[in-house]
Design a protein around this ligand. Sequence first.
Ligand SMILES: [Zn+2]
Ligand SMILES: [Zn+2]
Length: 264
Amino acid sequence: MYVDSHCHLSFPELSERLPQIRAEMAAAGVDRALCICTTLEEFDTVHRLATTYDNFWASAGVHPDNEGVREPTVDDLLELASRPRVVAIGETGLDYYRLNGRSIADMEWQRERFRVHIRASRRSGKPLVIHTRSASQDTLAVLREEGRGEVGGVFHCFTETMEVARSALDLGFLISFSGILTFKNAEDLRAVARYVPLDRCLIETDSPYLSPVPYRGKTNTPAYVPFVAKQIAALKGVEPEEVALATSRNFEELFGVPHSGGTR
Ligand SMILES: [Zn+2]
Ligand SMILES: [Zn+2]
């Protein structure tokens, strides 16, 4: 059985056909998913998924790309993180991909928001779900400075270099691979996936985005996460079942989620 460690089931593309998506997950052997929060405004919707279905969990956080939304305080995040079935802080991090004419210095608000999430993680003991794009050096620097070696978590939807992967692993973080790993032009990323030990890997869809091959360009759903596992298995020369088992165990350990029944 597979776990999707990062999906956005609260987004309308998916939430509007949840029964169908849940049926497809079950048929594909995907037994659990972590529903990721991207704004405080969205939290209740995300959280309801986790309290309604016993194989969904939720995170609490504000995505670095979201502007014009409520800015979280450490106390806001601690309160949400204390609710039942909330197992992570995020997604959070830095994204300098769309600066829209601003300089990196102008993005201090993003770094401050990230620090708030790291403080909430330190105080709650809940792991961070890190989003980093075109900002890996600052992401690592802020994590080192603010985390003081007291936080862990996952670099989600990893697309960075081997060096960044090594640094993230050194900081105690896991690396999560998405459908991007199956894209034709992702040879460098496949080298990273060969390098990251299986006991430090997670798999995810980041659905509704980034459908893996052979569904590239279509709406992604958690049911497609086995394609990511199969790609990792091929790269490492192991059976997909081994990747399913390892990434499920890593998920359970990182987020404090109990073993599911099933075949384990
Ligand atoms: Zn992200
Ligand atoms: Zn996401």
